[in-house]
Ligand binder design. Structure first.
Ligand code: S3P
Length: 431
């Protein structure tokens, strides 16, 4: 297991280019593989999760070639994927698992999907139940709930489905299945989750109708596209968050995706008194993009809950760390989904931040943090969860003494060069 040792001291300064957005990268590869013609994707994420998607697609007979500048995917169009000879290994990636289930459900083939230890504990019934209502057949471990999943795809019929929780993965799986289903497929969600699938489907010529929290898709053949993936706001957040709490810091993250379903973190830290600003706002390939700057700030507590939660779901570990440095009690509610991410993030955060001297308590659906507190360096665990690893690294930057992050290499799940980029921006070097 790899460890990272972090000592406080030194402002973060300069500009960071974080990898391409993980969510958009997954979708560009899967939609490209379904389309007619060759799709080219610039700035495809090097995240381990996004590589899992590419290796699954290759096992399904999809031709993928690439360089560091980008990838090309030869779409399979009407023909669809080839039946895989072996188990599709989704690694740590819930998005790969769930979106692939949706893409495969309408094809006449048998496929088994599996993942690592963490992914094998994550619920798949949330996708399998609606897909089986459309006509797919499956079996899965733990009474049909957990991976591995054996899927028998085939003829599907469109459904109207209301998701019990706002989940872009569930929504996307159903919409992808809808591309090959008879009639219309409708997904209604209780709050708007990230909408990259809907945007990309429309851009690639699918018949999609959208209203807030309601999407309808009709059987469509996608057209290949040229896609430029903006920088991942969920990765940029760690540098922005660190800059807010480390004295004298001033950091810019360039070309970040500013899709409103992803900017909850920026709104929350603004409420907390964080000095963040967007420069160079523009539109690139159907997604709003800009350079985001953050400067060291005095933070105050805030409340996070309701419809805001899906817009910052992956940033809650970091927000909990920032809350330890903010005056007052920060409350996160309506975020029980955190318990079924790569690890139970509520339990992991409370345990590890308490080790560092934070005043935190668990709620069934979130947590409470009383600040500000002086953190102290400690030996902390990541539970193999990339966002926990990176959030704890930010806590370490403001803690007294050395922090040892055990299992630090899991950051590669979303951000392979995270530790190097953090070291460089701490020296004020341009990344
Ligand atoms: C993702 C959606 C979110 C998010 C995950 C990526 C996606 O999960 O937490 O990191 O790309 O669709 P849910 O949709 O399950 O909330």
């Amino acid at each position: 297991m790899s460890i990272e040792r972090i000592r406080p001291g030194g402002a973060l300064r300069g500009s960071v280019s974080v990898p391409g957005d993980k969510s958009i990268s997954h979708r560009s590869a899967i939609l490209g593989a379904l389309a007619e013609g060759t799709t080219s994707v610039r700035n495809y994420s090097p995240a381990r999760d996004c590589q899992s998607t590419l290796s699954c697609l290759r096992s399904l007979g999809v031709e993928v070639s690439g360089t560091s500048a980008g990838i090309e995917i030869v779409g399979t169009g009407e023909r669809g994927f080839r039946e895989p000879e072996r188990v599709l290994d989704c690694g740590n990636s819930g998005t790969t698992f769930r979106l692939m289930l949706g893409a495969l459900a309408g094809m006449d083939l048998f496929a088994v999907l599996a993942g690592d230890e963490s992914l094998s504990r994550r619920p798949m019934d949330r996708v399998l139940l609606p897909l089986s209502r459309m006509g797919a057949r499956y079996d899965a471990r733990a009474g049909g709930r957990l991976p591995p999943v054996a899927l028998r795809g085939g003829r599907l019929t469109g459904i109207s489905y209301t998701t019990p929780v706002a989940s872009a993965q569930v929504k996307s799986a159903i919409l992808l299945a809808g591309l090959r289903a008879e009639g219309r497929t409708e997904v209604v969600e209780p709050a708007l989750s990230r909408d990259h699938t809907e945007r990309m489907l429309a851009a690639m010529g699918a018949e999609v109708e959208r209203e807030p929290c309601r999407t309808v898709v009709r059987p469509s053949t996608l057209r290949a596209a040229r896609i430029a993936v903006p920088a991942d706001p969920s990765s940029a957040a760690f540098f922005l968050g660190a800059a807010l709490v480390v004295p004298d810091s001033d950091v810019v993250t360039a070309g970040v995706c500013l899709n409103p379903t992803r900017t909850g973190f920026l709104s929350a830290v603004e409420r907390m008194g964080g000095r963040v600003s967007v420069e160079n706002a523009r539109d690139e390939a159907g997604e709003p993009v800009g350079d985001v700057r953050a400067r060291a700030s005095e933070l105050r507590a805030t409340e996070i809950g309701g419809a805001e939660v899906p817009t910052l779901i992956d940033e809650i570990p970091l927000l909990a760390v920032l809350a330890t440095q903010a005056r007052g009690t920060t409350v996160v509610r309506d975020a029980a989904e955190l318990r079924v991410k790569e690890t139970d993030r509520i339990a992991a955060l409370c345990r590890e931040l308490a080790r560092m001297g934070a005043d935190v308590s668990e709620r069934p659906d979130g947590l409470e943090v009383r600040g500000p507190s002086r953190l102290r360096g400690a030996e902390v665990e990541t539970y193999g969860d990339h966002r926990i690893a990176m959030a704890l690294s930010v806590a370490a930057l403001v803690a007294e003494g050395e922090t040892i992050v055990r299992g630090a290499d899991c950051a590669a799940v979303s951000y392979p060069s995270y530790w190097e980029d953090l070291a460089r921006v701490r020296e004020g070097a341009l990344v």
